[in-house]
Design a protein around this ligand. Structure first.
Ligand code: ZN
Length: 340
C-alpha cells in the first residue's frame, strides 16, 4: 500500500551540469561526459533507495532536457535550424529545432542508462519519455505540415524505444504530457490516441504525467491566471479513464486542483503528487501523510501511489534530497496510520 515513486527528474550534480537550471549545459564532453552521466545515474538511484522510494527512476541524469533528450537521437530534425516558438500556448518562448525530413530513430535512445539502472537496483524501475503532444509543442516543422501527422510520427518512434526499454527490464514507462493541460480539445481529438499509439503493445505498466509545470517563473505566473480552482483535469480525466494507459500522475500538494476530480480516474492507478516542486520549503512526513489521507477519499488505497508533483530537475540538490526523504517517510507514516 502507498508505494512511492517520483515524477522522473532529479537535479544533476554540479560536476555534471550547471546547477539550478532547466536546460543546463554539460560540464564535460566525450567519454568523460558519458562516465559522469553513469556515475550520476547510480547516485540518483542510491538517493531514491535510501529515501525509501519503491519505484525508482534514473533521475534523467543523462538528458539535458526531458524533451530534447529524446529528440537528439531522431533523424529528420535539424538542430542547427532553431527558431523561437511560443510553447504551451505561448506561456513561454523557447528556441526550438526544426523537423526538416522524415523522422527515424538513429538507434536506441536510452539503452545505456536504462540497462545501467536495471543492473544496479532490485526495486521496480520506471522510465520516462516525453509524450507526442508535448514533443510537437516543443519543435518547429517544415516537413510534415500537419501537427497530428507529426505527433503520430513521433508516437511511432516513442513506441519503438518504449518496447526496447521494456525489453531492458523497465517495469513502468511514463509519458510526460504537460501539454495535456493546455490544449484540452486536442487531447480529446487526437492527444490520447497519439499517447496510446506510443504505448501500444507494451508488456510493462504504462503511465502518463500531466501537470502544470515546473516551479519556474513563467509557470508560476500562468498558474496565477487560472483562478482559485484548476478544473482542466475535469476535461482530460474522463478521456484518460477510457484509455489503455494504466497510471496517471498529477500534482496535489499546494495545487488548486480539486482533489475530488480524481474520482474521474476510477479504474486507474493514480500517482498522487504529495511533494510540491515549486517551493524550497520541505514537506514534513506528517504533511505528506495528510495529503495521502485527503486523496484516499477519492482513490482506493491499492491504486494510490504517493509521488512528487513534477520533476525536480531545476531544484537545489539538497532541497530535492530532503523532499525525497519526506516522501518516503510520509508514505511510511501513512501506511502505519491506515494499516488495518
Ligand atoms: Zn510535470
Amino acid at each position: 500500500m502507498f508505494e512511492t515513486t517520483i515524477a522522473g527528474s532529479l537535479p544533476k550534480p554540479a560536476w555534471l551540469a550547471e546547477p539550478n537550471m532547466l536546460w543546463p549545459p554539460w560540464k564535460l564532453a566525450g567519454d568523460e561526459l558519458a562516465a559522469a552521466k553513469r556515475d550520476a545515474t547510480l547516485l540518483a538511484i542510491k538517493q531514491q533507495e535510501d529515501a525509501g522510494i519503491d519505484i525508482v527512476c534514473d533521475g534523467e541524469q543523462s538528458r539535458q532536457h526531458f524533451v530534447h533528450g529524446f529528440l537528439e537521437n531522431v533523424e529528420g530534425i535539424d538542430f542547427g535550424r532553431r527558431v523561437e516558438m511560443g510553447i504551451r500556448n505561448n506561456r513561454y518562448k523557447a528556441m526550438v529545432p526544426t523537423v526538416t525530413g522524415p523522422l527515424r530513430l538513429r538507434g536506441r535512445v536510452h539503452e545505456t542508462e536504462a540497462r545501467l539502472a536495471r543492473a544496479h537496483t532490485a526495486r521496480r524501475l520506471k522510465f520516462t519519455l516525453p509524450g507526442p503532444m508535448t514533443i510537437i509543442d516543443t519543435i518547429a516543422d517544415t516537413h510534415y505540415g500537419d501537427r497530428v501527422a507529426l505527433a503520430m510520427a513521433f508516437a511511432e518512434l516513442l513506441n519503438q524505444e518504449a518496447r526496447a526499454l521494456a525489453g531492458d527490464g523497465v517495469d513502468v514507462i511514463q509519458f510526460d504530457e504537460p501539454a495535456f493541460n493546455v490544449y484540452m480539445d486536442a487531447v480529446k481529438q487526437w492527444g490520447v490516441a497519439a499517447l496510446e499509439r506510443a504505448a501500444e503493445g507494451l508488456a510493462c505498466k504504462t503511465a502518463v504525467h500531466i501537470c502544470y509545470g515546473y516551479g519556474i517563473k513563467a509557470n508560476i505566473d500562468w498558474k496565477g491566471t487560472l483562478g482559485s480552482e484548476w478544473r482542466q483535469y475535469e476535461e482530460t480525466f474522463p478521456v484518460l479513464a477510457n484509455s489503455r494507459i494504466d497510471q496517471v500522475s498529477l500534482e496535489c500538494r499546494n495545487s488548486h486542483v480539486p482533489m475530488a476530480l480524481m474520482r474521474l480516474l476510477a479504474g486507474k492507478d493514480v500517482l498522487v503528487g504529495v511533494i510540491d516542486v515549486a517551493t524550497d520549503r520541505v514537506e514534513t512526513p506528517e504533511q505528506v501523510a495528510d495529503t495521502i489521507a485527503e486523496a484516499l477519499s477519492f482513490v482506493p488505497p491499492e491504486r494510490l501511489f504517493p509521488c512528487t508533483n513534477c520533476g525536480m530537475a531545476p531544484m537545489r540538490r539538497e532541497v530535492a534530497e530532503a523532499k525525497l526523504a519526506a516522501l518516503g517517510a510520509g508514505a511510511a507514516l501513512a501506511r502505519r496510520r491506515f494499516a488495518a
